[in-house]
Design a protein. Structure first.
Length: 291
């Protein structure tokens, strides 16, 4: 697995091919809509051209056939696909939001759990203020790196980190195992789950390495560590490497936390839930009055 220094390479160097996905879920939605608009524009242009310069197409039957076929393909792939995807997103929106909230909880547990081990978890009275303060700490790479290096260089601190990582890996695996199949039914939701799978894979990778280097009392975890591909690929986990890796995981978890929350609140707006609750309260009141 790459370290922080591995990520800061010469941009001209050829990089290994990674997963084929958009930079973000929001950009993915923007790309699909742009494709649909482009397809409609191409269709409109073809219709206008047929009226204004019909003789050209009559004298170039092969070209006109090819252009017509391309327009049909674009319309099928872009416009129709966008309409079907939008319908599926709306149909499963409430369930998708529920799953995204579970993914947010898992991601937030990861970054807040690592902050707690590092002694950086804020203790503000308000939950919202505490989360905002924690986010600022996670984004302070220098402060976070320094704290985590102190943790991994201390035997007790490394043991606490080991226990926390094992717990977080198991929880993330449980959440993904329960909901991944549901989210794969719609492309945009599949984009969301794919990013959280990356996070879960990172934390599970570290958990396997730590369980292998310091076998726990749990025999089940010992067996899992022995069969982990992480031990074959990453033979040495020095303190600096481990601290850098935990910084990357913590910042990835925080970014997924906030990005998924933003999307979840767009999938089903808070105002919709509020209107549903008001409607239910009104129905209950009317039922009581009738009774």
């Amino acid at each position: 697995m790459p370290t922080v220094s591995d990520l800061l390479v010469d941009p001209m160097t050829r990089q290994p091919t990674g997963p084929r996905r958009a930079p973000s879920v929001r950009s993915y939605l923007r790309q699909t809509r742009i494709m649909a608009i482009f397809a409609l524009a191409a269709f409109a242009g073809g219709v206008v051209s047929d009226f204004t310069n019909g003789s050209f197409w009559e004298h170039h039957a092969l070209l006109s056939g090819l252009v017509a076929s391309v327009i049909v393909v674009i319309l099928s792939l872009a416009v129709i696909n966008e309409l079907l995807e939008r319908r599926r997103r709306q149909r499963w929106s409430v369930l998708a939001q529920y799953v995204m909230f579970e993914l947010i909880r898992s991601a937030r547990m990861i970054w807040s759990g690592i902050l707690e081990v590092a002694g950086l978890l804020p203790t503000q009275n308000g939950q919202e203020d505490s989360i905002d303060a924690g986010i600022q700490i996670v984004r302070d790479t220098s402060r976070l790196s320094t704290a985590l290096r102190k943790v991994v260089d201390d035997a007790d601190g490394r043991a606490r980190l080991h226990a926390e990582v094992a717990f977080l890996a198991e929880h993330a695996d449980e959440v993904l195992g329960r909901w991944a199949a549901v989210m794969l039914n719609v492309e945009v939701y599949a984009e969301v789950i794919d990013r959280h799978v990356e996070l879960a894979g990172e934390i599970a990778w570290i958990a396997g390495l730590l369980d292998n280097s310091h076998p726990p009392d749990d025999l089940r975890r010992q067996r899992r560590a022995r069969s982990s591909p992480a031990t074959q690929i990453q033979s040495d986990i020095g303190g600096e490497w481990l601290a850098d890796r935990m910084v990357v995981i913590t910042q990835l978890a925080e970014a997924l936390d906030q990005g998924t929350l933003d999307l979840a609140l767009k999938v089903v707006p808070v105002e919709w839930w509020q209107s549903r609750l008001r409607t239910k309260d009104s129905a209950d009141l009317a039922s009581n009055e009738v009774g």
